[in-house]
Design a protein around this ligand. Structure first.
Ligand code: COA
Length: 167
C-alpha cells in the first residue's frame, strides 16, 4: 500500500528549511502533499497563487511531492487525500507546545492520522518566513542563503514594487 503524508503550512514564502523537511518526508513516504493553507489567519505578503507557484517551482526536483491548496481543516484534507500522516517540523523547544496541541486536536478529530515530527538541519533551526520577509524589506542578500533563487528574486521584486509605490 502506498503511503501519503501531508505537510501543511502558509509558505509565505517557502524556505530552504521547509525544503529540508520535505526532502526528509519524501524519503520516508511514497507521496508527500505540501498543503498550502489559503484561509490562514495570517496576512500574507504573497497571494495564494504566488505562494503556490513559488512552492511548486521550488519542488520540481522531487518526483513524489506535489503542492495543493487547502482551505479547511488540515486533518480533514489529509483524510480526503488518503494520507496516513501529517508531517510537521520541530525546530526548537519553543515550537513544541503549539505542535503538541495541534497534534492532539487533530488526533482527537481523526485518530487514524498520526502527526510525525521531523527535525530540520540545525542551520535552519532559527529560520522562519517572517525573518526572510524582514531581511528582504531591507534588501539583504543574506536571504539567498535561506531560500531558493526564484523565491529570493520574487521577494526582491515584491519589495522594489512596494518601495516604488510607497514613494
Ligand atoms: N523551516 C523554516 N521555517 C519554518 C519551518 C522550517 N522547517 N517550519 C515552519 N517554519 C516557519 C513558517 O514559515 C512560519 O513562518 P512565519 O510565521 O514567520 O510566517 C512559522 O515557522 C510557523 O510555521 P507553522 O507553524 O507551520 O505555521 P504556518 O502559518 O506556516 O502554518 C498551519 C500553520 C496552516 C499549518 C496551521 O495553522 C493549520 O493547520 N491550519 C489549518 C486549519 C486547521 O486545521 N486548524 C486546526 C489545527 S488543530
Amino acid at each position: 500500500m502506498e503511503r501519503t503524508a501531508v505537510y501543511p503550512g502558509t509558505f509565505d514564502p517557502i524556505t530552504n528549511g521547509h525544503l529540508d523537511i520535505i526532502e526528509r518526508a519524501a524519503q520516508i513516504f511514497d507521496w508527500v502533499i505540501v498543503a498550502l493553507a489559503v484561509n490562514s489567519a495570517k496576512k500574507t505578503l504573497f497571494t495564494e497563487q504566488e505562494r503556490f507557484a513559488l512552492a511548486t517551482q521550488s519542488l520540481g526536483q522531487f518526483a513524489n511531492v506535489r503542492v495543493m491548496l487547502c482551505s479547511g481543516l488540515i486533518v480533514e484534507f489529509a483524510r480526503q487525500q488518503g494520507a496516513v500522516a501529517i508531517v510537521r517540523g520541530l525546530r526548537a523547544v519553543s515550537d513544541f507546545e503549539y505542535e503538541l496541541q495541534m497534534a492532539l486536536m487533530n488526533k482527537k478529530m481523526i485518530p487514524e492520522i498520526n502527526t510525525m515530527f521531523l527535525m530540520p538541519h540545525e542551520r535552519y533551526t532559527y529560520l522562519n518566513s517572517s525573518i526572510i520577509r524582514e531581511l528582504a524589506r531591507y534588501g539583504s542578500p543574506t536571504i539567498r542563503d535561506f531560500v531558493p533563487a526564484i523565491v529570493a528574486d520574487a521577494l526582491m521584486k515584491k519589495e522594489e514594487f512596494r518601495a516604488r509605490n510607497a514613494g
